[in-house]
Design a protein around this ligand. Structure first.
Ligand code: ACM
Ligand code: ZN
Length: 742
């Protein structure tokens, strides 16, 4: 008895951390983990909590009525409560209290959130800050709060906290390519909600491209009667936003602190406008809007005044609709062949003593900046625009290489990172077989890769840092252009639709949001992934599509006769189902309940199953191809199940691997099996058009023979789809093909 007592006293003295952690673990079952994304700057949890019920009042300080109404509209459907909203007279009211806090002088998007037993108090540096405080509260409520249907039997409890929060960068954006694929107005409004949930505040609408002009301009009706449509008859596709649609979108976005920046692309990517008004081009020839993706060589003529008159008119109508202080003018991927051959453009060059076509481009950009400057607007453009010699101080959207930022800021420009390596969300997350067929000219961008973005250039001099405004994700749609047939994606149970874009957006947009908002020293991918695990349920309730993440491998122990594997679900509440015979599991495969032993790692496959219609691609252990390293990058694998005994086509997606002009070698190698792979020929296609072939008999077997095929790429284009069709036959053969550029 005495011994026992002594032990207890000793324990109490041990240290207060033990005690604290005991308290913490005791608290766990009562309060769910805070899983706020983006992670706030400072969070102090307290022991209190606030339960929202049908009598909870909402008070707002003058100027915040709109925010109070948005809060009520966000809470009502799922709770079923009718909230009373009234202006705050007495600052110590109980309930939900929205106020402005003047102490956020510099960072007006900041807010303080204090939750205790009596009130949820949101104090914002501005109405935007209050809106963000509301988003944080929504993320602290049970996930059903995002549902449009009433949720029964839920306690709408918010954990006690004191949060101080403000964004790291002022520009936290997404680009939606509504030009290549016309997104309905409803989708755009919903997309604004998706952004607002994560405190993103810039929506860059890519309204103009070769394959579509999407903005009604009253003075130029053919822009939308001709330029907004492609194809004929039943295959006619497209659409545009009326000026009333735009007003509705802008009002909706403004209420949610989202600035819509219109992009009026120039001088390239303008075939849709030229098809409508051929005089805008150098040649004046009639053009038609293409039905498949390509980048047109037609440009607006830089020599004729009519181009600038047209643009001045277009900007006048555009600025009457979009209050943003920015206008995006594109500026990317112009090839200057037309300008070189145009007498008007050449005369302009000569008259102005310009040396190169890039000088002419700077002249063009400068005239546009002067034009839009009258409206108090600043131009934003892709990084080509700021490459050299542009005198105006503009915003460069850096997509090629973050290193371009240094020159840009030294030249006095501002910069926003929209890097192909991290932020092109039209690129698939993986190259696992069955992955969505998206933009293939870049390597996959995993959730973690998206999280690795740091908008700030390493070692950038302190004085330039304020010129880095933030980052932006790009959701291009050239691979989804109307009429394009994509491979089926069984998870979504539809061939091609706007849901594809949800799949590409979520969860990676959450990564983007966190790296734009949360202080760098608080960013941690593992912790982010944990917080994300309840967000999938939020997406489900809100009706947003998403890519179900693969199971996470948490243990891989080598034992005498095999391996013991442990996995966990990255999605709160989801199951893992698995197989141990080397085949892909499905939603009826065994449920994972604990460590699994396999003889060979390649026998194990596991998927995350949210429900019968939503499940992930498999986690599995790919073959080790190290010994083939000198033959380049893996482009495809084959198995006995995928090869026929008669010659048939093996399609090889060379996207991201064909990455420039040059001589390429495609080689086929057997890994195991009793027979080999016979190869008769390979054919190379760019955007569906044959551009090369190598016809000779080859064999990939234990002793390979003539198994290397050659082709040349001479007109490489970013964004083009490169496909190789190999004519092959075989039996019991398993192997892989690799592609190398000389
Ligand atoms: C771009 O991807 N052409 C900006
Ligand atoms: Zn010209």
């Amino acid at each position: 008895m005495i011994e026992y007592f002594k032990l207890n006293v000793m324990r109490m003295k041990l240290n207060k951390w033990l005690l604290l952690s005991l308290l913490f673990f005791n608290a766990l079952p009562i309060f769910a983990q805070l899983d706020i994304i983006p992670l706030p700057r400072q969070v102090k949890e307290t022991k209190s909590s606030f339960v929202i019920n049908k009598t909870t009042p909402i008070y707002y300080e003058k100027g915040l009525k709109k925010q109070a109404e948005l809060l009520s509209a966000a809470l009502s459907p799922a709770t079923g409560f009718d909230f009373t909203i009234s202006e705050l007279k007495n600052p110590v009211q109980k309930g939900i209290v929205l106020r402005l806090d003047k102490t956020f002088a510099a960072n007006k998007e900041g807010y303080r959130l204090s939750v205790n037993n009596e009130r949820i108090a949101i104090n914002g540096g501005s109405p935007a800050g209050v809106f963000y405080g509301i988003q944080t509260v929504l993320q602290m409520l049970p996930t059903g709060i995002y549902d449009k249907q009433r949720q029964k039997g839920v306690s709408w409890s918010v954990k006690g906290v004191d949060i101080e929060d403000a964004p790291l960068y002022p520009w936290r954006g997404m680009m939606l390519d509504v030009a290549r694929y016309f997104f309905s107005k409803e989708y755009v409004l919903r997309f604004i909600d998706m952004m607002a949930m994560y405190k993103l505040n810039v929506l860059h609408l890519h309204l103009v491209d070769d394959s579509g002009w999407r903005l009604e301009i009253k003075k130029y009706p053919k822009l939308t009667s001709i330029g907004a449509w492609s194809g004929i008859g039943a295959e006619r596709h497209g659409g545009y936003y009326t000026q009333d649609d735009i007003k509705e979108m802008v009002a909706y976005a403004t209420a949610r602190n989202v600035d819509i920046i219109p992009e009026i692309e120039l001088p390239a990517h303008t075939l849709s406008a030229i098809a409508a008004y051929p005089y805008l081009s150098c040649t004046g020839e009639q053009q038609i809007v293409q039905t498949q993706h390509s980048i047109s060589g037609e440009l607006y003529c830089a020599g004729q005044e009519s181009t600038f008159d047209f643009l001045a008119d277009v900007f006048a109508e555009t600025f009457a609709l979009f209050p943003s202080k920015y206008v995006h003018i594109g500026g990317d991927e112009a090839r200057y062949d037309r300008w070189k051959a145009c007498p008007h453009c050449q005369k302009r060059k000569k008259d102005l003593n310009l040396t190169t076509e890039k000088d002419l481009r700077n002249y063009f950009t400068h005239r546009v900046q002067k034009m839009v400057g009258k409206y108090g607007k600043t131009i934003v453009g892709w990084d080509e625009m700021i490459e050299e010699g542009l005198k105006d101080k503009v915003v460069g959207m850096i997509w090629h290489d973050q290193k371009k930022t240094l020159q840009a800021v030294q030249d006095g420009h501002y910069a926003v990172m929209a890097l192909t390596a991290n932020s092109y969300l039209d690129v698939a997350e993986s190259n696992i077989e069955g992955e969505i067929k998206a933009a293939t000219w870049l390597p996959p961008i995993s959730l973690e890769k998206a999280y690795q973005l740091n908008p700030m250039l390493n070692n950038l001099d302190e004085k330039y840092r304020p010129q880095i405004l933030g980052a932006q994700g790009a959701l291009w749609s050239d691979q989804f252009i109307h009429g394009t047939i994509l491979q089926e994606l069984p998870q979504l149970n539809e061939n091609r639709s706007e849901k594809y874009f949800d799949y590409l957006t979520f969860p990676r947009m959450a990564s983007l949001a966190e790296v734009c908002w949360t202080p760098v020293n608080k960013q941690n991918f593992k912790n982010f992934e944990q917080r994300l695990s309840t967000h999938y349920s939020r997406y489900d309730h809100a009706g947003y599509g998403y890519r179900v993440p693969l199971p996470q491998l948490t243990g891989n122990e080598k034992v005498a006769d095999g391996f013991i594997l442990k996995v966990q679900s990255p999605v709160d509440g989801a199951q893992i189902r698995y197989s141990t015979d080397g085949t892909r599991p499905n939603v009826y495969s065994p449920v994972y309940t604990g460590p699994v032993k396999v003889n060979n790692l390649s026998d194990f496959y596991a998927i995350t199953v949210v429900n019968r219609n939503q499940y992930s691609l498999p986690l599995f252990f790919p073959e080790n191809y190290d010994k083939f390293k000198s033959y380049g990058k893996l482009v495809t694998e084959w198995k006995p199940q995928t090869i026929k005994s008669d010659y048939s086509i093996l399609e090889i997606n060379a996207g991201g691997k064909v990455n420039g002009n040059g001589n390429y070698q495609l080689s086929f190698w057997q890994v195991n099996g009793t027979s080999g792979l016979n190869i008769q020929s390979i054919e190379v296609f760019k955007n569906g058009k044959k551009i090369g072939e190598d016809v000779h008999q080859g064999l990939a077997a234990e002793s390979p023979k003539d198994n290397i095929y050659k082709f040349n790429i001479s007109d490489y284009e970013t964004g083009a789809v490169y496909l190789i069709k190999a004519k092959v036959s075989g039996g019991d053969t398993r192997g892989a093909a690799f592609l190398k550029k000389d």
